[in-house]
Design a binder for this molecule. Sequence first.
Ligand code: NAP
Length: 306
Amino acid sequence: MSRIYDRVALIGLGLIAGSMAHAMRKGGLAGEIVGTARSPETRAVAAEIGLVDRVVATAAEAVQDADLVVLAVPVGAMGAVAAEIGPHLKPGATLTDVGSVKRAVIDAVAPHVPRGVHFIPAHPLAGTEHSGPRAGFAELFRNRWCLIVPTDGSDPAAVAKLRALWEAMGSHVDEMDADHHDLVLAVTSHAPHLIAYTMVGVADDMKRVTDSEVIKYSAAGFRDFTRIAASDPTMWRDVFLTNKDATLEILGRFTEELFALQRAIRTGDGQLLHDYFTRTRAIRRGIIEAGQDTAAPDFGRGAVSR
Ligand code: NAP
């Protein structure tokens, strides 16, 4: 594998930036990787485990002379970080991010990008419920999609280079418009997370009633919800605050469907329930056929042990 960027700056050293560092090192994709994080604790852990080649104290320092700068902080923090690094970005550099929401990040970051710097937002569709500088691993992006969201006038050569990096880290890459991205992700990720958070919250209330039976006898359905509902609170707070419209649109549709199923249960309409579950089962088959999950009955649990 050959070097794609000479110097890469990672702003934020959590699950995603850490996984990028591991993957870039494994593939020899970057000449030097410089990293920074907000807290001294995270920077100390990153230095201790040798996550990157050089840990520095500030974002402004990290981006000095960097050819690629990756914003890997919560979506709500992107604008402030961009304001800090804007004046220090090297002309000709590429600035990208890995945020789970794209329109809000573009609105927050673009005003701080100087002329001559290529701002190319991206979003790897890969994650676990773990966070922090120890959470990353080189294989996180393997066989997962990364959506690149070029902004107006993005230089095709700079986009191609960023695409090459994600492909070299194991991803399949597609390009998508920001609003479409936010709607698709509201369906595939954001609304499901909110539903999982809600279900686990309901069970937590029940726990008081049933004296922990929901934990003790936790079956596959609930257990899988708890894995999703263990995701980082800051990250997910920011996702819902910044992808508000699309998430509310999908939740509106969700509650309509939920009421329809609730009514079918009340009226004993077994045919409706059976037809509905038959349709949804086919979607699961499609995801397995597309290589985005395995048919193993304990799916998802492999990630927990990481
Ligand atoms: P993470 O493991 O929680 O790491 C977040 C990093 O951002 C930490 O280094 C943290 O520094 C830093 N940070 C937090 N708040 C900050 C602030 N206000 N200002 C500056 N730095 C701040 O998060 P992650 O999972 O890697 O997520 C990073 C980005 O990737 C987010 O935008 C998220 O939406 C996106 N993403 C996440 C996933 C996923 O499943 N986790 C998947 C795809 C994309 P300290 O440690 O010093 O606090």
